[in-house]
Design a protein around this ligand. Structure first.
Ligand code: 6GU
Length: 273
């Protein structure tokens, strides 16, 4: 897979030499190239921004500079995929990471200031490329570089051969099960007066699997009720439903919903006035 990142702070992307992504690059699984946007400026001051038409605070990145940069790094004739990190984009999820990992060539345009002149995305789409404006969450960063790091790490580890044991991708949070991952433990079995749950030392694989599933359900219900509500009831066995019922969830009209609270005064045996 080829990835080009364009930024006015290319050094921000130095972290991509490290860890798993760095190894993927060295192994030739990821052809990652970082560019300095100012290489495409045309003036002595290497200007990349200007004041916004219509007024308002801050500066906007110039379309002419970005246009030249993207003409050079996107595939000629269309068919590329431009990712623009921006707090006003769709929220980046594991589904986006999976889709990006399947691409041949992705270009990431890191904006700073108040963002990039909107004509850049418009012209890039008109040239036959896909353009995805993506946010990494509901908070504001000063630029797209950290978001680019987040996205590259998320899709980079999904490239075939990057994660040593592909099984570790199967059960993780935000995977196919739609649940957060269960808590994990390692040696020593007793530490700081705290013991590893007995079942995990039992060697009883079915019981261990059930325990992990229960903890995943509990954790997801406590931290991410939106994910519980999105579960497919067909993916739940009897034990799952019992755990969820104990946490206040029931299947109604083919969906998981918080168990209906009894109306005050509607208890059996009581007659409404
Ligand atoms: Cl992708 N960019 C910026 N500047 N801020 C963000 C973001 C992206 N995602 C969340 N906040």
């Amino acid at each position: 897979m080829r990835v080009d990142v364009v930024s006015i702070f290319p050094d921000y992307l130095a972290a991509l030499d490290l860890s798993l992504v760095g190894k993927a690059r060295q192994a030739g699984l990821l052809d990652l190239r970082v560019h300095d946007l100012r290489d495409w400026t045309a003036d002595r001051h290497r200007t990349v921004d200007d004041t916004p038409f219509g007024g308002g605070a801050g500066m906007v990145m110039r379309p002419d500079v970005w246009g030249r940069a993207l003409d050079d790094v996107l595939p000629a004739g269309g068919g590329g995929h431009l990712v623009v990190p921006t707090p006003s984009g769709d929220v980046f999820t594991q589904r986006h990471a999976e889709a990006l990992a399947a691409e041949e060539h992705v270009v990431i345009a890191c904006g700073r200031y108040e963002g990039i002149d909107a004509r850049v995305a418009e012209r890039t789409r008109a040239a036959g490329h896909r353009v995805s404006e993506l946010s990494i969450g509901d908070y504001v960063l000063n630029g797209g570089e950290v978001a680019a790091l987040v996205m590259i790490e998320a899709f980079g580890r999904l490239l075939p051969g990057v994660v040593g044991n592909p099984h570790s991708l199967v059960e993780e949070s935000h995977g196919a099960a739609g649940l957060l991952e269960y808590p994990v433990y390692t040696k020593p079995p007793e530490w700081a007066g705290l013991e590893v749950p007995e079942v995990l030392l039992s060697g009883h694989h079915a019981r261990i699997e059930r325990w992990r599933r229960d903890r995943a359900l509990e954790r997801t219900a406590a931290r991410r009720p939106d994910m519980v509500a999105a579960l497919d009831p067909a993916s739940l066995d009897k034990a799952d439903r019992a755990v969820l019922a104990g946490l206040g969830w029931e299947v109604r009209d083919g969906r998981l919903r918080p168990a209906a609270e009894p109306e005050p005064g509607s208890a059996p045996g009581r007659v409404a006035e």
